[in-house]
Design a protein around this ligand. Structure first.
Ligand SMILES: [Zn+2]
Length: 537
């Protein structure tokens, strides 16, 4: 007779939202090592727990661990470990933060990032002479928050070979003082003069960024992420995986054009017997790009932009290349996600998915459209017909909602971030953040999907309110939706016996409060594989 493994931790007296249709609600959960052993009433679970450690939840809300289905994890980590200048309100503060950061950083290390905003101190552009005296041993290259200008100190200009006689750059500006000497501030294309010379991060810097990212998302209740990145990123994850250092489960996508390299990596079994990794680190997914973004007018639409009648956006990869790569990847047994934002890009990607399925035959392939922002009404039912996952970031909706209508007009916004229409048509949603572009906070994402109140609070009833969804639906998109999108639904995304013990404890039941209060909820505890990785103090 097989005996059940001993219970190691019992969570009692909670409101447990399981995501499991056979038992949607419970009071208590028992864990045995890294798996869930039992879900039920407090009395039943207490009786089964015997002498195991128990935790009284006092009515707190428990969900399956959140899965963020679209992140740039290391960029996110670097944004946390960089010098923080975003809220430097005076010139003195700007200088002081850089001085302190340099003092705590080994000499010779580049100081990067920052995200400063000169409008906070009256609009004077920063100059290298502000910081040179406190950064003699560190090249400094800190950017404005929009990424369109950055300041280099003298050490950085010297390291990049930029002299006082440097020639002007087309499409950019080298800001110079009255004598013609560069002040260190470079704009747009001129930024390459220094930006192109910054050495890649060291393994130690990468490891630190990963650790910072994992710790940060754990505090947001996130237990797994789908990373969209590069082979170099995968190397960083692999190092942490082999060292047993991961506290976030990572599915790591690599560029679609490199599908042959991924096919041979899977075949090499470097990531374990099935080639695709294990419950901590997974490979096998490719990420491609169809178009650009709405804000920069580079998303591909059928009709021109409302504010730019000669322009309807562009493809950043030709449909022919997309087809060749998707088809090859699919035949090799790999999985494909494609960034598509404008309606023409999304429709084209759905056409390609349909064609590849027809040509390569039936298979459980779960193609993904990343972002899926602006949909032709006719394409909405195709997601469920083709079993294509809509991988969407609801926070973008309440951000873009402030400025999208002048760009695409009153008709196209009705099927923009069309959560309701997609669900009604039977589509599967996987929600994520797109961190570091947006905050990696599922609570904010749920708030966004349920209220659609834009960040400027100018749409109190919701921006395109008919596309709002319920808390239950948003929770599913952040849990079982992400699990399904990564072929992990047998291990992740629901609270049921046998599933991995990934749980998020929240201080209030998100379904029981007015929707506008959702964003005030706090993550209390995050458990990954039976271990507490975040505890609110
Ligand atoms: Zn992204």
């Amino acid at each position: 007779m097989k005996t059940a493994p001993p219970i190691t931790l019992a969570l009692l007296n909670g409101h447990v939202w399981t995501g499991d249709p056979s038992r949607p609600e419970a009071q208590a959960v028992a864990l045995a090592g890294d798996r869930i052993a039992m879900v039920g009433t407090t009395d039943d679970v207490r009786a089964a727990a015997g002498g195991a450690e128990t935790l009284d939840l006092h009515g707190q809300f428990v969900t399956p661990g959140f899965i963020d289905a679209h992140v740039h994890f290391l960029q996110g980590g670097f944004s946390l470990t960089a010098v923080q200048l975003r809220d430097a309100n005076t010139r003195n503060e700007f200088v002081e933060r850089i001085r302190k950061f340099a003092a705590a950083t080994p000499p010779g290390t580049w100081i990067l990032g920052g995200d400063w905003d000169h409008t906070r101190w009256g609009g004077e552009l920063p100059r290298r002479d502000w910081i040179d005296a406190v950064t003699r041993d560190h090249p400094v290259w800190v950017n404005r928050l929009d990424g369109h200008m950055a300041l280099a100190n003298t050490a950085a200009l010297e390291a990049a070979g930029v002299t006082d006689r440097v020639a002007d750059v087309a499409g950019g500006e080298i800001v110079r003082d009255a004598s013609g000497r560069p002040t260190g501030l470079l704009k747009d294309n001129a930024m390459d003069l220094v930006g192109g010379k910054v050495p890649p991060p060291s393994p130690e810097q990468n490891d630190r960024a990963l650790d910072a990212a994992m710790t940060y998302v754990a505090a947001q209740g996130v237990t797994a992420v789908h990373h969209m990145g590069t082979w170099d990123d995968l190397e960083v994850f692999e190092r942490a995986w082999r060292a047993g250092r991961l506290i976030t489960r990572i599915q790591s996508a690599v560029p679609l054009s490199t599908w042959q390299r991924l096919a041979s990596t899977v075949a090499s079994k470097r990531f374990g017997a099935d080639g695709h990794g294990d419950r901590w680190l997974r490979i096998g997914v490719l990420k491609g790009f169809a178009d650009g973004s709405l804000g920069s007018h580079t998303a591909a639409f059928d009709e021109p932009f409302t504010d730019a009648p000669a322009d309807r956006g562009l493809f950043v990869t030709t449909p022919q290349d997309l087809y060749t790569w998707i088809s090859g990847a699919d035949r090799a047994g790999l999985f494909v996600a494609v960034h598509a934002i404008g309606d023409r890009a999304i429709g084209t990607v759905l056409d390609l998915f349909e064609r590849v399925e027809r040509e390569n035959g039936p298979r459980d392939r779960r193609f993904r459209v990343e972002h899926a922002q602006h949909l032709r009404p006719a394409d909405i039912p195709r997601f469920s017909q083709l079993n294509v996952i809509a991988s969407m970031q609801p926070y973008h909706a309440i951000d873009d909602g402030r400025w999208a209508e002048p760009i695409i007009g009153p008709v196209r916004i009705r099927t923009t971030y069309a959560f309701r229409s997609l669900l009604d048509a039977g589509a599967r949603l996987a929600f994520g953040s797109d961190w570091d572009v947006a905050p990696p906070t599922p609570i904010e994402g749920i708030y966004a999907a349920v209220t659609r109140r834009t960040l400027d609070d100018r749409n109190p009833r919701g921006w395109v309110p008919e596309q709002k969804i319920t808390v239950d639906e948003a929770l599913r998109a952040y849990t079982s939706g992400g699990a399904y999108a990564s072929f992990r639904e047998h291990d992740e995304g629901t609270i049921a016996p046998g599933m991995l013990a990934d749980l998020t404890v929240i201080d209030r039941d998100l379904r029981a409060i007015p929707p506008e209060q959702i964003r005030d909820a706090h993550i209390v505890r995050t458990i990954v594989g039976g271990k507490t990785v975040y505890l609110r103090r």
